[in-house]
Design a protein around this ligand. Structure first.
Ligand code: ME8
Length: 516
């Protein structure tokens, strides 16, 4: 039997110090689209998300809330699960770093690093930013507006002096550079890869990987006075979820190394430098790709709790509808670049691209079929070159999208679909099937068949992006739910199949917040 194609995609695990916001929804959405696309394309998929529950930042947030950290993390982690439900994320596993399976895995990775001589005990003195959960040297810091020292990210820093275990990161510099060289697509986009390489070329210091001044974390196996550094703990989640340390397990053998760790640009270094170094040092394979996407701002401003402009994805979904939000986030910005959220552009895309371009195409064609072809897929005669051209464009989308999504070019994939939608709308106008009704009804049927078939192609490829709207479109064409995978991409509509009464697929959004 042929070996099944597999795909393992992960989101960062989110800190439970705060409520989920649009940035978290964005990262997970991008992974959801890839997971759905690959499943439709016949892959065995594992899509992992979850929450990062240890560390000083979470311990502090729990203290501020006056709640025990476990209870606090239970509550906030549940909010992330709720977000996943509301956004219709199709994850296969939701990991929490406070789970037993994860403690076993993180401690096992630690043991491997000890066995291989990569860990030593010394003491750390330097700066630490709780917000970033990151160590900084004096040279990294910048001056704040009141002359205070700040991390390069703008986070407050505190001076830390304590005994600490260290990971011999400096010893892995050359191996990492060779690894990047041999795997040119390990870090993407290219500009981020260049940043990573120049950071490593600038020289790596050994990394402090344990703390002693707080409790909330996984104890170091050989010395319970030490808590594992939260990033070492958190990164390990990606192998915990495939049963590490059991490297003989089916999941480990099937899915490791992961195909893609999707992250925001803020946490690239942890994923593209520290994580492969830990894995190589432990004799494990690094993942195949780290993709660092850009940052969202809100109407031009940095999103922050103190500014009070945090965008709650649940509110967006309530206002605009889930599919519209999913579409907007991946269409608005070339994936990898920073992007700005504005209600105006959301409404413009919703009305222009969803309600007008796609919605009207479906509505026009399906209501003409309902009226003039007794509500059945019309029969067709020989196709003319212009018919074949449109069908060919529809059919070619899949191959193009495969390539674009393999490089995380979500906006390009959507542009491709919308260019076919544009062609189809121009074809309707040029063929004017309403005018053919009397003079050449057979030709009218052929034109409507070509359009219905093009809409079927569109409905199929839109599935990963807009699962609800696409399933409504495919239902309106009576496409058998078992024939919506890509192996049936070219299983054309059959004349005479009876169709349900057409209904609008996308509402129009009117400025006072109402939809019609
Ligand atoms: O960093 N725009 O968790 P976190 C786009 N626990 N994406 C954004 C965003 C924005 N404005 N704000 C957040 C952590 N994100 C660690 C990860 S992984 C082993 C541990 C997204 O809750 C983006 O993906 O701070 C970013 O990398 C992530 O949320 C940070 O989430």
């Amino acid at each position: 039997m042929a070996h099944k194609k597999t795909y393992y995609v992960t989101t960062p695990i989110y800190y439970v110090n705060d409520a989920p916001h649009i940035g978290h929804a964005y990262t997970t959405l991008s992974c959801d689209v890839l997971a759905r696309f690959k499943r439709l394309d016949g892959f065995e998929v594992k899509f992992l998300t979850g929450t990062d529950e240890h560390g000083q930042k979470v311990e502090k947030a729990a203290a501020v809330a006056g709640v025990d950290p476990q209870k606090f993390t239970d509550d906030v982690s549940a909010n992330f699960r709720k977000l996943a439900e509301v956004m219709n994320f199709s994850f296969d596993d939701f990991i929490r770093t406070t789970e037993k399976r994860h403690k076993i895995s993180a401690q096992a990775l630690w043991d491997k690093l000890v066995e291989t001589g990569n860990i030593y005990l010394a003491s750390y003195s330097g700066w630490y930013a709780v917000r970033d959960e990151a160590f900084y040297t004096e040279a990294d810091l910048k001056d704040g507006p009141d002359g205070e020292k700040l991390a390069p990210t703008g986070a407050e820093v505190e001076w830390v002096e304590e005994p600490s275990y260290f990971f011999r990161l400096s010893a892995w510099e050359k191996t990492l550079l060779t690894f990047y060289d041999e795997h040119p697509e390990f870090v993407m986009p290219q500009s981020r890869r260049n940043e990573v390489i120049s950071f490593v070329k600038g020289g790596l210091n050994d990394l402090s990987i344990s703390r002693t001044t707080f409790q909330w974390g996984i104890p170091v196996p050989e010395n319970n006075d030490h808590i594992m550094y939260v990033w070492l703990d958190a990164l390990t989640n990606y192998i915990t979820a495939v049963d590490f340390p059991d490297q003989k397990s089916i999941d480990y053998k099937t899915f490791w190394p992961a195909d893609l760790h999707m992250v925001g640009k803020d946490i690239l270094r942890f994923h593209a430098v520290y994580w492969p170094a830990f894995l190589l040092a432990a004799g494990l394979e690094p993942p195949k790709r780290i993709f660092a996407h850009g940052w969202w701002t809100n109407e031009g401003q940095k999103i922050s709790k103190s500014i009070g402009n945090v965008i709650d994805p649940l509110v967006l979904v309530r206002n605009y509808g889930l599919d519209a939000v999913r579409y907007f986030l991946l269409r608005e910005v070339p994936f990898g670049n920073d992007g700005d959220f504005s209600h105006q552009s959301m409404v413009r895309r919703l009305n222009g691209e969803l309600a007008n371009d796609l919605g009207n195409l479906c509505q026009r064609v399906l209501s003409m079929i309902a009226k003039n072809c007794s509500g059945e897929v019309p029969p067709h005669q020989d196709f003319l070159p212009c018919d074949l051209e449109l069908i060919k464009k529809g059919s070619a989308m899949l191959v193009i999208m495969r390539e674009q999504l393999d490089y995380q070019k979500f906006n390009r994939a959507l542009e491709e679909i919308w260019s076919v939608i544009g062609e189809a709308n121009r074809y309707v106008d040029a063929m004017a099937p309403w005018a053919l009704r009397k003079e050449d009804p057979n030709r009218m049927c052929t034109v409507l068949y070509v359009l219905a078939e093009t809409i079927r192609y569109i409905g199929l490829v839109v599935q990963p992006f807009m699962p609800d709207a696409s399933s409504r479109i495919l239902d309106l064409l009576a496409v058998d739910p078992t024939k919506r995978g890509f192996k049936d991409f070219d299983a054309a509509l059959i004349a005479g199949t009876s169709l349900p009464m057409p209904e609008p697929v996308f509402p129009r959004f009117i400025e006072d917040g109402q939809t019609t």
